[in-house]
Design a protein around this ligand. Structure first.
Ligand SMILES: Nc1ncnc2c1ncn2[C@@H]1O[C@H](COP(=O)(O)OP(=O)(O)OP(=O)(O)O)[C@@H](O)[C@H]1O
Ligand SMILES: [Zn+2]
Ligand SMILES: [Zn+2]
Length: 772
């Protein structure tokens, strides 16, 4: 209930804290709507505190949160929180902190010194914490309201005024007045700060104030915002479009509300299409939102957008400090930034009057959030597109099967760019069968063809990219003769080599065995330890090509902020070979690169994931596409143990359309997306029997709801059956359209909220990226 004192100014989008339950515990909430009547039967308490004077979320985002909660089976509050910069969320956080070693190592704290105090902590845990608290062993720490500190500054702001005409009327004697007005005639600055006026133009505050009195400008206090990209801005002029690009731009800007899938081969100039489309909408007075997979991996894209649109651009990414991120968000919210570039969560950027939403590399898995709320940025973008009646443009050289299938069904409009910008052919790809080919030695990862490729490239003073596909795998043992990789008997995962203990270990279930001396499959003695991957390959390269300048890019070399950018610049300016993991496979555009080598194409295929082929195809096609993008023909060599696998064959031919047909066949037969939707429901509990019982009961409730051809699999233990002392069971549902199923799932999630006190956790992942 809104207190009388606040009824006049409270509005939807404002956060409040409300006493809850019998204890009157204060919780933070959002006003999502206001109503004259109370529809709740019980006792309604009054709002205790109003935390914002003005809405932190606009009506669009409030409405979106409702849909998002429905879609992702998450609570609406967590959807609302997700839309805010973290600094604004943090004040609601309560931590239980301890310094006691024994408690730190307890099952509750699990080695940490703090624990978040939330409503869904199991009762036992809460009781335990309370008893420790009585002994002063733990205490509660409120993550205090922590708004970014703003520096405010006085500014003079332009009005809708003909300043050139005004200048004519000012007496020549009023020199300073003339000078001031002239600044606004000569530039198109919206505002200029009092400080700048004094420092740069020697115009006093009095002069500025006098101009305000005359009604020429308005004066106000503006939040001074840090601009994280200000230092890297460089100008990029629009390019003369190729016929294909021109055609694409035309179709995009004249499209009606239907989303567009832009399927353009690697190096076909999709970026320039995006930029010119954005320019078009800016000219219309509208704004643009552009999503990229991970900002740190795509510095070139950010530079292009900032270079073209300068101060109008806001960049949102995880590399920003909380304060910087908050500042960028404010610039968007206040309408100062008209173009937003960012990763997944930027899809919630509070832009008004959207003209276009672009998702680059739309097939990337990182657009799906793995944690609550488990949303896919593409779906959110499509929702916002409908809300704003604006176009949504999905771009990729290797579209996701889901998107390509929608284009097939005319749900999306399909546009293609078939040619590279400079009419260069796609690179020629050679597949090396690792079972047949002798490596340079038993201990080396590189075959003769890769070495030769590198040598010729260096001789021609061109550049090379080498990919070591690690796909989340740690160091594993591999048989040089047959390609066998020891797997954990309990999990679908390769065992990890622990050299010191001379053992193979499973990182998920703890299974361990002694390091075998001969291959269990073919009895060859050529078992080889894959070492630390990139580092090892780097050493090999140094030995084989002593004069080459090698730039290594992996998790180890990119921990520091800005490291990606730095390494890429080094490679561009003085490097010969860029060696790295998946992070070098995306979007990079270096005209000097003519050779690409893939050291191990297979590791992605070894997983049981139904998207394994798709992921492998995408990765190989993308990385191959880094070669020969400008004026010289590119060469690619792929080393593989599965030379006949269609995902590798078709990636070598860079034939997306054929891959699409082939893979759709498989998905159809196996009843996977895009033919069926998937729901993964997982239940966990400290006691295995409890977890199973709950999962079993849920499955029993759901099974009768299934329609023809729909399936419910499980409950089964996932590959990672026990995590942090909790046992997991999962249910997978393949369905097509089933309203009732959805309703029941929502009801189950609500019931579980009650059961969380009994120690159950239930999560629903709608359209999961992986089934494990
Ligand atoms: N119309 C044009 N005229 C001249 N150069 C262009 C034109 N369009 C794009 N380019 C250049 O062509 C190269 C490839 O373009 P871009 O990086 O946009 O390709 P892409 O389609 O995004 O490929 P990928 O999917 O592989 O990332 C870039 O160096 C870009 O600057
Ligand atoms: Zn295991
Ligand atoms: Zn073997």
């Amino acid at each position: 209930m809104v207190p009388l004192t606040a009824q006049s100014f409270i509005q939807p989008g404002v956060r409040v804290s409300v006493p809850f339950g019998r204890g009157g515990r204060l919780v933070q909430g959002f006003i999502v709507s206001l109503s004259q009547e109370i529809q709740f039967a019980g006792h309604v308490k009054e709002i205790k505190e109003i935390l914002d004077l003005q809405p932190v979320l606009n009506p669009e985002l409030l409405q979106l949160s409702d849909w998002l909660a429905q879609q992702t089976f998450a609570f609406r509050i967590s959807c609302l929180q997700t839309m805010l910069p973290s600094i604004m969320r943090s004040k609601a956080q309560k931590l239980v902190v301890t310094q006691d070693e024994k408690i730190k190592n307890s099952a509750i704290f699990q080695g940490q010194s703090f624990l978040e105090w939330t409503a869904d902590l199991p009762t036992e845990v809460q009781q335990q914490l309370a008893s420790w608290q009585k002994q002063d062993l733990v205490w509660m720490q409120y993550q205090l309201k922590n708004h970014a500190h703003h520096v405010k500054q006085l500014v003079l702001q332009r009005l809708d005024f003909d300043y050139a005409a005004l200048l004519q009327q000012i007496s020549p004697v009023a020199k300073k007045q003339r000078q001031l007005v002239k600044i606004f005639v000569d530039s198109d600055l919206a505002t200029i700060s009092y400080a700048d006026l004094v420092q740069k133009y020697q115009i006093s505050n009095a002069t500025a104030n006098a101009a305000v009195k005359k009604g020429w400008f308005v004066k106000h206090n503006q939040v001074r915002l840090r601009n994280p990209i200000a230092t890297t801005i460089f100008d990029t002029k629009p390019k003369q479009l190729t016929t294909e690009q021109q055609n694409a731009v035309q179709q995009i800007i004249s499209a009606n509300d239907r989303p567009i899938l832009l399927e353009g081969v690697t190096g076909s100039g999709k970026t320039e299409v995006y930029l010119q489309v954005i320019q078009y909408y800016l000219n219309q007075g509208q704004t643009a939102l552009m999503l990229v997979p991970e900002i740190s991996l795509t510095p070139q894209m950010v530079q292009q957008v900032s270079g073209r649109f300068g101060e109008q651009v806001a960049v949102l990414h995880s590399g920003l400090s909380q304060g910087e991120r908050y500042d960028e968000w404010q610039r968007i919210n206040q309408g100062q930034a008209k173009v937003v570039v960012g990763a997944r969560s930027a899809v919630f950027a509070p832009l008004q009057n959207l003209g276009i939403i672009i998702i680059d590399e739309e097939h990337e898995a990182s657009y799906k959030q793995a944690d609550n709320p488990r949303y896919h940025a593409r779906d959110v973008a499509l929702w916002r597109g409908r809300y704003h009646h604006c176009s949504v443009l999905l771009g990729s050289a290797t579209p996701s099967l889901e998107s390509r299938a929608r284009a097939q069904k005319q749900v999306y409009q399909l546009l293609k760019l078939n040619k590279r910008v400079f009419n260069q052919a796609l690179p020629a790809v050679h597949i090396i069968d690792m079972r047949q080919t002798k490596m340079l030695s038993d201990y080396l990862d590189l075959s003769q063809p890769i070495l030769r490729g590198l040598q010729t490239t260096l001789q021609k003073r061109e550049k090379a990219i080498l990919l070591l596909n690690r796909r989340g795998f740690a160091s594993y043992l591999i048989c040089r003769s047959c390609g066998f990789v020891p797997q954990c008997p309990n999990c679908d995962i390769s065992l990890t080599v622990h050299l010191k203990e001379q053992r193979l270990l499973c990182h998920y279930c703890g299974f361990s065995q002694t390091l075998p001396q001969i291959c269990p499959q073919c009895h060859s003695a050529k078992l080889r330890y894959d070492g630390t991957g990139t580092q090892k390959v780097e050493r090999e390269l140094v030995e084989l090509l002593p004069t080459a300048k090698i730039v290594r890019m992996d998790n180890d070399t990119t921990t520091r902020k800005g490291a990606h950018q730095k390494l890429l610049t080094t490679f561009d300016q003085q490097g010969d070979i860029l060696l790295g993991t998946q992070m070098i496979a995306k979007g990079l555009d270096f005209p000097q690169v003519t050779f690409v080598g893939v050291i191990n194409a297979d590791t992605g295929l070894a997983t049981s994931d139904f998207r394994a082929s798709e992921r492998t195809f995408q990765l190989l096609t993308q990385v191959s596409g880094r070669a020969g993008r400008a004026h010289k023909q590119g060469q690619v060599v792929i080393q593989t143990y599965n030379p006949d696998h269609y995902s590798i064959q078709l990636a070598a031919q860079q034939d997306y359309e054929q891959f699409y047909r082939r893979e759709m066949n498989f998905r159809h037969q196996a009843q996977y997306p895009p033919y069926f939707y998937l729901i993964k429901l997982s239940v966990s509990h400290k006691l295995q029997a409890q977890a199973f019982k709950m999962a079993y009961n849920i499955a029993k409730q759901l099974r009768p709801l299934l329609l023809a051809r729909e399936q419910l699999l499980g409950p089964t233990q996932p590959a990672i059956g026990r995590v942090k002392q909790r046992y997991y069971y999962q249910i997978v549902i393949k369905y097509r359209r089933n309203e009732q199923l959805f309703q029941v799932l929502h009801r189950i999630m609500n019931d579980v909220q009650q059961d969380s006190r009994q120690g159950f956790l239930v999560a629903i992942d709608h359209e999961p990226q992986q089934l494990e």
